[in-house]
Design a protein around this ligand. Structure first.
Ligand code: NAD
Ligand SMILES: O=C(O)CCC(=O)CC(=O)O
Length: 355
């Protein structure tokens, strides 16, 4: 029997190879005249081309987006937008750049056009993250939801294979936790399963041929679906562990998701058998945790926290932080489960298959 509440976010999505050419039209459709283009330093050449294509519609370029959005960077970008008279922001890049756009929108209300070039999914969510004095806080606000999202798979062809695989598994993590979320609903479940299946098809093909446009399109389609799930329902143990490891120990975002997901799923397997069956089906495997582990390992992604910058000496503190303010999870993980979480982290640290 169905019993749910679902809020649909007001957002326009333009999807397709070459759809970047619609950017000027989409800025017009927002009623905006001058866009501040945002990017990371690495993506400046790509962002310059986008700004050039906008001509007089471009107010300027800010190229200092970095992971986890330091408040100082957000302030600088917001000040620049004001000085240039920008009335919208174009965020070209992954979750870090979208996150910077969100930080600008949070205080200024400036509409964002997001052009995602990774599979992180931030463009589909009203979730923002900001880092101040080394502490990352996250929140939800409808103002930060990008008003328009342009998904152009051509732009993700340059995403290195390693980051393509880990970012794809970051997306799968949103859908996997969505399938056992307490506030999920049948439509989110369909999106989640389809999103996981699309990414599971696409990632091995991208590893073989990074420029494969059909595979890039499939991966971005999966990322869109998985991002939609992240934006609509609550996340659980896996995201809590990744926020702890990323926020307090500065581990790289997509990689940490990739390493932790099989272990978080194993921890939850008995408490969420239907979700596990759907995840396994989408991945074409028998067991959800083992299938995620194999997807990572077989496509050259890291499977051990020790290989992505975690120190053994920090595992105890990570377990303490993770259980101190637990998220809802199908299997509770408060202070009473601290030893089980510590054991999970040890397996993830060593790169063992999920227990
Ligand atoms: N708020 C949310 O809903 C949400 C969701 C997911 C992630 N995030 C946040 O996003 C951040 C991580 O985002 P990410 O994993 O996308 O990484 P990222 O945005 O930091 O990008 C990683 C690197 O890849 C480069 N890159 C991106 N696309 C490229 C392309 N097509 N070609 C070549 N290089 C490219 C970037 O310039 C950067 O150097 C974290 O801070 C995370 O917390 C937020
Ligand atoms: O760090 C944020 O902005 C929130 C990230 C989030 O909830 C999704 C993720 O961890 O991939």
């Amino acid at each position: 029997m169905h019993d749910f509440i679902h809020t649909t976010h007001p957002q326009r999505v333009v999807f397709g190879a070459g759809s970047l050419r619609h950017l000027a039209r989409e800025i017009d459709a927002l009623g905006a005249k001058k866009a501040l283009v945002l990017c990371t330093p690495e993506q400046r050449p790509q962002a310059e081309r986008v700004a050039a294509s906008l001509g007089a519609q471009a107010a300027g370029l800010f190229d200092r987006a970095v992971m986890h959005v330091p408040v100082e960077t957000a302030r600088e970008a917001r000040d620049l937008a004001r000085r240039l008279g920008a009335d919208c922001a174009v965020a070209l890049g992954g979750g870090s750049t979208t996150g910077l756009g969100k930080a600008i929108a949070l205080e200024s209300g400036l509409p964002i056009v997001a052009i995602p070039t990774t599979y992180a999914g931030s463009e589909m969510t009203p979730i923002y993250g900001l880092t101040e004095n080394g502490l990352k806080k996250t929140g939800k606000d409808p103002r930060v939801l990008p008003r328009t999202v342009i998904y152009d798979p051509e732009l993700s062809r340059t995403l290195p294979v390693g980051l393509s695989v880990t970012s794809g598994i970051n997306a799968i993590a949103h859908a996997a936790e969505g399938l056992y979320a307490q506030d999920s609903n049948p439509v989110m479940d369909l999106m989640a399963e389809e999103g996981i299946a699309a990414l599971a098809r696409a990632l091995p093909a991208i590893r073989l041929e990074p420029g494969d446009l059909a595979a890039r399109s499939d991966a971005l389609y999966g990322a869109w679906l998985c991002g939609g799930v992240l934006g609509a329902v609550g996340m659980a143990l896996h995201h809590k562990l990744c926020h702890t490891l990323g926020g307090s120990f500065n581990l790289p975002h997509a990689e940490v998701h990739t390493v932790v997901l099989p272990h978080a799923l194993a921890f939850n397997a008995q408490a969420a058998p239907r979700a596990m069956a759907r995840i396994a089906r989408a991945l074409g495997g028998v067991s959800a945790p083992a299938a995620v582990f194999a997807l990572a390992r077989d496509n050259g992604a890291p499977v051990a926290l020790k290989d992505i910058g975690m120190r053994a000496a920090d595992l105890d503190r990570a377990a303490d932080i993770a259980v101190a303010n637990p998220y809802w999870n199908p299997r509770p993980f408060g202070p009473a489960e601290r030893d089980a979480i510590r054991a999970l982290l040890q397996r993830a640290f060593d790169g063992e298959p999920p227990g």
